[in-house]
Design a protein around this ligand. Structure first.
Ligand code: FES
Length: 388
């Protein structure tokens, strides 16, 4: 269609142009496909949206890489194009282990560009009594098919919200979202600078050291510092990542802090970060559950109301309510397992739960009306819970 110019005052010429415009518009409409799609799925825009944000994806394990006895990296290919993601997001996998149906999230270690080339990478670390991690490490093989939901998560750099300089604090396998970010910066897909403070117990436990060193050496926007808590070695900082180490390596310009690691690290930073006197908006966390404080485990009953059906299951006081659901084979919508996403939100009809400090990310209204996130709630009595 040609573009017509209309004057503000409205002249005879404008009327003529309007008539011409309407005639051309009608011709244009008549020339398009006579039959409109009847299903919303058939609209072109919906097809694109679906390929970018599928509800779930079938992935095939294409390669497994071992990191000593510590961890394994799994590489996946998709049957079709893989959903795009932002560096820092995670994939939630759905698995059947015995009679249990479980979901677990793992940050994507590969760069976003890799998804466009049809590949994701995650890294799974062995943890003491890790129900799902151990199952994956001992059972997943090349060629296996797995189900993952579309990438999600908010630990991503956003130029409108975050400072251009990111100080990332990683603990253990919490390195993976920042490896993805470093790769994305190096590939020109993220426009921020990264100072990575990576805390491990000893230098043997550092994952991806060779690649991190090489990224740090070749790209002036990436700086990596290793901090060892249990050994004193030359070339490494000694201790825990706290206010002093952050001040020593943080850029002089304004910076945001991203944290990804175990609950113990969160507890330490909780007392350290206020020393920096930063505005809260510049601090972001993704913390794996610290679990319940060690005490003698007790057994409770949970009456579960699920779509009108009622069943009674056993629960252990040292395991989350979500874990009890999973062990009993009750499928609950869940993604992050850190209390963040709200997918597992359920109504606590009666009983008492313990929610570790710092892991209660419920909305105020949910607290008032007794909704809980089972992924970070531990039973302290018999419970009645309605799954939403
Ligand atoms: S799974 Fe995300 S809040 Fe529970």
């Amino acid at each position: 269609m040609s573009k017509k110019k209309f004057s503000v005052n409205g002249t005879f010429k404008d009327s003529v142009n309007t008539i011409k415009f309407l005639t051309e518009r009608k011709k244009f409409i008549d020339s398009t496909e006579a039959v409109l799609p009847t299903r919303t799925d058939d609209f072109g825009v919906n097809k694109v949206a679906k390929s970018l944000h599928p509800k779930q994806q079938k992935l095939v394990i294409s390669k497994i890489e071992e990191h000593g006895n510590l961890a394994k990296s799994y590489y996946f290919k998709g049957e079709t194009e893989l959903a795009y993601f932002k560096a820092g997001q995670y994939l939630t996998f759905k698995l059947g282990i015995g009679n249990s149906v479980v979901t677990r999230s793992y940050s994507i270690a590969s760069s976003p560009a890799s998804a466009l080339n049809g590949e994701y990478q995650i890294t799974v670390k062995r943890i003491a009594d890790g129900f799902v991690s151990d199952y994956i490490l001992d059972n997943w093989s090349v060629g296996d098919e797995v189900i993952a939901f579309a990438p999600e998560g908010n630990m991503t750099y956003c130029s409108l919200r975050d400072a251009e300089n990111i100080v990332a604090i990683a603990g253990g396998s919490g390195i993976t979202p920042f490896l993805s970010l470093a790769r994305a910066i190096d590939q020109g897909d993220e426009d921020c600078a990264l100072t990575l403070l990576y805390g491990c117990r000893t230098s043997d436990e550092i994952l991806f050291k060779e690649e991190l060193d090489s990224l740090s050496e070749k790209n002036e926007k990436i700086n990596v510092v290793y901090v060892l808590s249990h050994s004193d070695e030359e070339g490494y900082e000694k201790g825990f990542v706290g206010a002093d180490i952050i001040k020593k390596y943080a850029p002089s310009e304004v910076y945001s802090i991203f944290v990804c690691g175990p609950g113990g690290m969160y507890k330490f930073l909780e007392t350290e970060l206020p020393k920096l006197e930063k505005e809260r908006k510049y601090i972001r966390f993704e913390v794996f559950s610290s679990g319940k404080k060690a005490e003698e485990s007790k057994e409770f009953n949970i009456t579960v109301i699920n779509r009108g059906n009622e069943s009674v299951i056993k629960a252990n006081s040292n395991e989350t309510v979500l874990c009890a659901f999973e062990r009993a084979g009750i499928e609950v919508p869940a993604r992050c397992h850190t209390g963040e996403c709200g997918f597992c939100r359920s109504k606590l009809v009666s009983g008492k739960v313990y929610i570790p400090e710092g892991e209660d990310k419920r909305r105020i209204a949910d607290m008032q009306f007794n909704f809980i996130h089972p992924c970070c709630s531990y039973p302290e009595s018999d419970l009645v819970i309605r799954i939403n």
